[in-house]
Design a protein around this ligand. Structure first.
Ligand code: NDP
Length: 487
């Protein structure tokens, strides 16, 4: 093998597996194998648990402010190495450098910084009950597991480890098999920053390694990001050992554009919410409901901007703003949805084909695609595609469009464009979604809780409440009076 081979990261260093089994990782923009990774076999799995147990003992005994200082050093290193890390994300995911360079590492670092700040601020309660009193302590859970998707690999590793570590837990993280390197780099950075060995471990492999994490009796919690179907399997498996779970799953989010909206702004949001990261974003507004009075204007501008402003090609080229899909298999899946859209009677406004840019001819590109004349029962309107495929639908009544927007078992996100402040809030309050944007789409600052309603998830990431999800409350009752016993 001429490409590098990465090992699992256990107890503060790389550790060779015993099976010798590896898997290959490809650059989606070139179809070339860029490196290999060793699979976490039984030996690695046992070592990971042992390492996390030792890491937890050391880390949880530290004062929160000490943990905070160390995590802030990691934040500084992440920011210092932004470009090196962003390049890894571009090569692993196929997303444009233009995005990775200013979003992926920074939003990951922001979240660790946010939770590092909160760690020393966590307090318990105290209350008198007669002469006696009780107080509570927020204690870490122990060993947690993180399982990540491939669209924002480093960011997901940061979003899971930030609150877990800030609260004093140890984490065993499994990145997606498609994008394993970002988490390894994060492990190196944590180690360099002074996070004790064993606190952040990275195990590599596909579903079997994920399954092991969900089943292990030594792990107290699983935080998972991925598809709804996989999420259900994870919850079922985690139930065997009564693990706490956080589930960040898929979506089929609606964007409602009312007739008083700023049409250009709404078109911009629709494009951002369908074509950013070539459509591989969980919160994407893939169902765009446009009021009939502005429908023609909306689709005319949408077509022009999609055809003129999107530049597909070598994702490392800073001019490129639209990258390759994660894999050949996923490319095939997205194309099959486009075929279904056509077969079920939707009209292609633009796109609808694979792309072969000169600068990346072997990449897995699908053209930014917009379907119009869509109806609510079409497969492309009902199912998450996770690619650059937008469905535009028409409405003329507020109550009816809210009903249609909510008519799905998913509920990750939603958006409303209107200049009417009362309508903006009235409608948003009735939308069944965990994240709603008004005259905006996609922003997700560290301070804001994110997560799904219905089948889109359980629990939240980011925001103050997330730290509670990585702690358990211990109540301590203190007797100050004599015990009254009938015996
Ligand atoms: P998958 O569900 O296929 O995989 C997610 C992770 O779970 C991967 O690491 C995967 O390993 C692992 N895995 C697969 N099977 C099991 C199992 N039985 N037990 C435990 N772990 C398992 O999702 P994708 O990676 O394809 O990511 C895309 C999906 O993620 C979309 O549905 C998207 O909406 C969702 N997502 C949700 C987000 C949110 O915050 N709500 C954010 C980002 C994405 P491997 O891949 O190596 O096989």
């Amino acid at each position: 093998m001429t490409t590098p081979v990465y090992q699992n990261f256990i107890n503060g260093h790389f550790l060779a597996n015993q099976s010798g089994e590896t898997f290959a990782v490809k650059n989606p923009a070139t179809d070339a194998v860029i490196y290999h990774v060793e699979v976490a076999d039984g030996f690695i799995q046992s070592a990971a648990i042992q390492s996390a147990q030792q890491g937890f003992a050391a880390w949880s005994a530290m004062m929160p402010i000490e943990r905070s200082r160390i995590l802030l050093k990691a934040v500084a290193l992440l920011r210092e190495r932004n470009d090196e890390l962003a390049k890894i994300e571009v090569l692993d995911t196929g997303k444009p450098w233009q995005e990775a360079q200013c979003v992926d590492v920074q939003t990951g670092a922001d979240v660790i910084e946010y939770f590092a700040g909160l760690a020393p601020a966590q307090v318990g309660q105290q209350q008198m009950v007669g002469e006696d009193f009780y107080y509570t302590r927020k204690e870490p859970l122990g060993i947690c597991a993180g399982i990540g998707a491939w669209n924002y690999p480093l960011q997901i590793a940061c979003w899971k480890s930030g609150p877990a570590l800030a609260a004093g837990n140890a984490l065993i993280f499994k990145p997606s098999e498609e994008t394993p390197l970002g988490a390894i780099k994060l492990a190196e950075i944590y180690t360099e920053a002074g996070v004790p060995a064993g606190v952040f471990n990275v195990v590599q492999g596909a579903a079997e390694v994920g399954q092991w994490l969900t089943q292990s009796p030594d792990i107290e919690k699983v935080s998972f990001t991925g598809e709804v179907g996989t999420g259900k399997k994870v919850v079922a498996s985690a139930a065997g050992s009564l693990k706490d779970v956080t589930m960040e799953l898929g979506g089929k989010s609606p964007l409602l554009v009312f007739d008083d909206a700023d049409v250009s702004q709404a078109v911009g949001a629709a494009m951002l919410g369908n074509f950013y990261t070539q459509g591989e974003v969980c919160t994407n507004c893939t169902r765009i409901y446009v009021h009939k009075n502005i429908y023609q204007e909306f689709i005319a501008e949408l077509k022009t901007r999609t055809e003129q402003n999107i530049i597909a090609g070598d994702p490392l080229d800073p001019e490129v703003n639209f990258g390759a899909l994660i894999s050949k298999a996923h490319h095939g899946l997205v194309m099959s949805y486009i075929d279904k859209g056509i077969a079920e009677g939707a009209t292609l406004l633009t796109g609808g084909k694979a792309l072969c840019p000169d600068s990346a001819p072997k990449g897995y590109f699908v053209a930014p695609t917009v379907f119009i004349d869509c109806s609510d029962d079409m497969t492309i309107v009902k199912e998450e595609i996770f690619g650059p495929v937008m469905s535009v639908l028409v409405f003329d009544d507020e109550d009816d469009v809210i009903r249609r927007a909510n008519d799905t078992h998913l509920g990750l996100a939603a958006g409303v464009f209107t200049q009417d402040i009362k309508r903006a809030h009235r409608v948003t309050h009735r939308l069944q979604a965990g994240i709603c944007w008004i005259n905006s789409y996609g922003n997700s600052p560290a301070e804001m809780p994110v997560g799904g309603y219905k089948h889109s998830g359980i629990g939240r990431e980011n925001g103050i409440e997330t730290l509670d999800h990585y702690t358990q409350t211990k109540s301590i009752y203190v007797g100050m009076s004599n015990i009254e016993s009938p015996f």
